[in-house]
Design a protein around this ligand. Structure first.
Ligand code: IYR
Length: 220
């Protein structure tokens, strides 16, 4: 007998038709998710955002340590401070820290050191990764765990009708200081959330076809 407590798995079997329909529905929905860089300042339902964060918190993590903290910022003064510090880092990135190859790879996105979305989006979620537990206990696979939670969060917000952007000014040390996070936390990603501004355009890019991302090993 196992020594650890268990509960019965809550798992629903779907019919093959339901499975197929759901797979198509998710593909169609998620292929439409695009990174948005121009946000309306219109208010968004914050209970939806909090629920999406709670959904992200259901993600798997190393030893179930759940090594994440989500800072939700709607205060215009704090957003302005984040923008100012992020733009300072980005100016040094674009003016020399980035290699020419990196800048060339970014050229088609049209990004630069100006980050108006950090003040225009009604909400910013700063995701922090906890290198250790607050009591000093060990955490495992922190980057993998927090990456999964961010993916779930982006998908949840998108499925709820909210646009997002994954922003990673580098380095992000200023966020730990500005948001007064403890020493075991490091900023992992900033996710501005809102409705796209009227007339928003996005780069005309493709996603790789399945053949380019899948290798199969099936019985012959
Ligand atoms: N952090 C910079 C640069 C940047 C880097 C990558 I990789 C991108 O996909 C997009 C931007 C910025 O936010 O402008």
């Amino acid at each position: 007998m196992s020594q650890h407590p268990t509960v019965k798995l809550d798992f629903e079997r779907h019919t093959p038709q339901e499975m197929h329909d759901q797979a198509e529905h998710l593909f169609d929905a998620l292929r439409k998710r695009r990174t948005v860089r121009t946000f309306s300042s219109a208010p968004i339902p914050m209970d939806v955002v909090r629920r999406a964060i709670h959904t992200a918190g259901q993600s798997p993590s190393g030893a179930n340590k759940q090594p994440w903290t989500f800072a939700l910022i709607t205060d215009p003064g704090v957003k302005a401070q984040i923008r100012e510090a992020a733009e300072a880092e980005e100016r040094s990135f674009y003016a020399g820290r980035a290699s020419q190859e990196w800048l060339d790879d970014l050229a088609h996105l049209g990004t630069d050191a100006n980050k108006p979305f950090l003040t225009e989006a009604p909400a910013l979620i700063v995701v922090f990764a906890q290198s250790r537990a607050p009591d000093g206990g060990k955490h495992y696979y922190v980057k993998e765990s927090v990456g999964i939670a961010c993916g779930v969060l982006l998908a949840a917000l998108h499925m709820c009708g909210l646009a997002t952007l994954t922003h990673t000014p580098s380095p992000m040390g200023f966020l730990q200081e500005l948001l007064e996070r403890p020493d075991n936390e490091r900023a992992y990603m900033i996710i501005p959330v809102g409705y796209p501004a009227e007339g928003t355009t996005v780069p005309d890019i493709d996603r790789k076809p399945l053949e380019d991302i899948l290798v199969e090993f099936a019985p012959s």
